[in-house]
Ligand binder design. Structure first.
Ligand code: HEC
Length: 98
């Protein structure tokens, strides 16, 4: 029983983490800025002010290779490990930045 309770607790914690957009955005801030206010590496559009839907389309597009410019390979690496739930969470977080 104890083992099951522990496994459930771990599952609950990792679900929480996966939906934490702020934590997911941490590594993105290095290039896009803490408030998404920068042109990443002076190449990307400024994504501050983008609607969550538009960001989801861009990120899924980077993942499957249907979106992006000259540096889309770099962004593909950034989101390769993000599943749909994480992409949604980080997109909603960015859409709320001001
Ligand atoms: C090493 C720097 C770097 C990091 C880290 C990074 N990005 Fe980017 N991002 C870029 C560059 C450069 C582009 C433009 C790529 C291209 O040519 O399409 C871009 C493009 C984007 C775009 C589309 C904007 C456009 O110009 O169409 C979104 C949305 C985005 N990034 C979100 C994210 C998110 C979310 C993360 C974190 C998971 C992240 N980025 C991490 C450099 C970075």
């Amino acid at each position: 029983m104890k083992k099951i309770a522990l496994a459930l607790a771990i599952a609950a914690v990792s679900t929480l983490m996966a939906s934490d957009g702020a934590a997911l955005y941490k590594k993105c801030a290095a290039c896009h800025g803490a408030k998404a206010e920068k042109k990443a590496l002076n190449k990307s559009h400024v994504i501050q002010g983008w609607k969550a839907d538009k960001i989801v389309i861009a990120l899924k597009g980077y993942k499957d290779g249907t979106y992006g410019g000259a540096m889309k390979g770099l962004m593909k690496g950034q989101v390769a490990s993000y599943d749909d739930a994480k992409i949604k969470a980080v997109s909603e977080y960015i859409a709320g930045l001001k």
